[in-house]
Design a protein around this ligand. Structure first.
Ligand code: ACO
Length: 429
């Protein structure tokens, strides 16, 4: 703790509140005793000025466009690491030795299968169910299948549940896809990498040999790295809030998936791809930029702007490079990429976007890549959920191990009626 303090005057009385310092980022004013001392709450809808927890996992500097996992820049991790290694890093705090990584990867691969009865659980969904609806249901249902890892007071059970969630998510996601397209479920193949196995379970069929394309495997693994964690965003905060009551980890991650489903969170890459397709050709770009600037037009450039980043989202840089790699590997020449590149350039040179600090975010290019790989748009958020599971699990573990952890219970500014007497039906107007 620092020696700094913040002064507050309430009803002619002065109060001092401690100021806490992190290793990076702004200091925070510790207002835990505010209500006890002043009888007042703070009002902060959307938590734009509230740190809800301490965390040593991920750091974002939105002004500078910095994203660090356990101190390592996302660009370096995306270029040099693997999703398994980043998962180990997020869970354990340090990069693994070769043996540690091999052991971790082996352990995860031994949890990839689902209880066989879960296949019948899928069949209870309508065929046209959105795969995110299936994800919410199936992940929540894991707590009904894996009772031996739901005691959150036992560190060993927490570890097993964490491994199960990370390992089973690709199987669950691929089965959600297979169910909607009416193809047979594919069992995991533990000879493949985490990401290669996911691609095979999604795009392979039992009737044919499936060869994992190395460039696609690498691109997909990188996309997973880019989505692995992002500090206290809405879905992560949802996981923490659900977990703060002592709920089991499978239920907590299902809550996170539900939150991620919303278009303001996980659904923006689909909207960005649809927008690029609607623009169609570069000559239409100026018209859409004018629309985005027009206050009387609700249209916004999808994949542009971010609540935290007021600079280039570092993940968007990696995404842009990955589009080229995927297009080269698959020999695809989708005009949406050219539209995206020119739209980005035009917007970044436009005073409106410069003044408002609106830059491409991670979603601007991800839809273009995922579509080229062959995923339908309904699967985009599912892939996000798959990758974010490790972040959710790491944040949930951090919260459970935090001695200061309390059940989350925000307060409110009440604006309803004051106390009044019940009126019998016959006397009501
Ligand atoms: N196109 C045009 N104008 C925009 C855009 C955009 N994409 N984004 C923000 N603006 C303008 C707003 O009109 C507003 O202008 P004003 O000050 O004149 O009223 C100003 O910039 C600030 O916008 P806010 O919505 O207040 O900023 P906020 O931080 O709340 O919103 C958000 C961030 C929701 C991401 C917003 O930029 C947006 O809607 N972007 C498009 C959707 C999108 O890409 N979402 C993905 C986010 S990344 C993720 O979730 C993984």
């Amino acid at each position: 703790m620092s020696n700094k303090s913040a002064k507050l005057e309430v009803a002619d009385k002065n109060f001092d509140f401690p100021v806490l310092e992190g290793t990076l980022g702004p200091d925070v004013i510790d207002i835990r005793k505010l209500y006890g001392q002043t009888g007042r709450f703070t009002y902060d809808p959307g938590f734009t000025s509230t740190a809800a927890c301490e965390s040593a996992l991920t750091y974002i500097d939105g002004e500078e466009g910095v994203l660090l996992h356990r101190g390592y820049p996302i660009g370096q991790l995306a270029e040099k690491s693997s999703f398994m290694e980043v998962s180990y890093l997020l869970l354990n705090g340090e990069l693994p030795s070769k043996t540690e990584l091999d052991d971790f990867t082996y352990t995860i691969s031994r949890h990839t299968m689902l209880h066989e009865q879960l296949a019948t659980f899928y069949r209870g969904f309508r065929r046209d169910a959105h795969p995110m609806a299936v994800m919410c249901g199936v992940v929540g249902a894991l707590s009904a299948f894996y009772h031996d890892s739901t005691d959150i007071t036992d560190p060993e059970q927490r570890k097993i549940a964490s491994h199960r969630l990370i390992a089973k998510m690709p199987t669950i996601a691929a089965m959600a896809y297979k169910y909607t397209v009416g193809q047979p479920f594919m069992y995991p193949d533990n000879n493949l990498s985490y990401t290669g196995n996911f691609l095979k379970m999604t795009f392979g069929v039992p009737a044919e040999q499936y060869e994992v394309h190395p460039a696609i495997e690498k691109a997909m693994d990188r996309i997973f790295i880019l989505h692995a964690d992002h500090e206290q965003n809405a879905s992560t905060s949802t996981v923490r809030l659900a977990g703060s009551s002592g709920a089991n980890p499978f239920a907590c991650i299902a809550a996170g998936i539900a939150c991620l489903w919303g278009p303001a969170h996980g659904g923006a890459n689909e909207a960005a791809l649809n927008m690029l397709r609607e623009i169609g050709t570069p000559d239409q770009i100026p018209h859409y930029i004018e629309r985005a600037k027009d206050k009387n037009d609700p249209f916004r450039l999808m994949g542009f702007g971010h609540r935290v980043y007021k600079n280039y989202d570092p993940r968007a840089t990696v995404m842009q490079e990955t589009v080229r790699e995927v297009f080269d590997a698959l020999k695809v020449n989708d005009p949406v990429f050219e539209v995206a590149l020119q739209l980005e350039e035009m917007a970044l040179n436009d005073p409106y976007f410069i003044e408002k600090k609106l830059f491409p975010n991670v979603d601007f290019y991800s839809g273009v890549i995922l579509s080229a790989i062959g995923f339908p748009t309904t699967m985009f958020t599912v892939l996000f959920a798959l990758a974010r599971t490790v972040g959710w699990v790491a944040q949930w573990n951090e919260m459970i191990s935090d001695p200061e952890q309390k059940i989350g219970r925000p307060r409110q500014l009440y604006t309803g009626p004051t106390e009044r007497n019940y009126v019998p039906m016959a006397d009501r107007k």
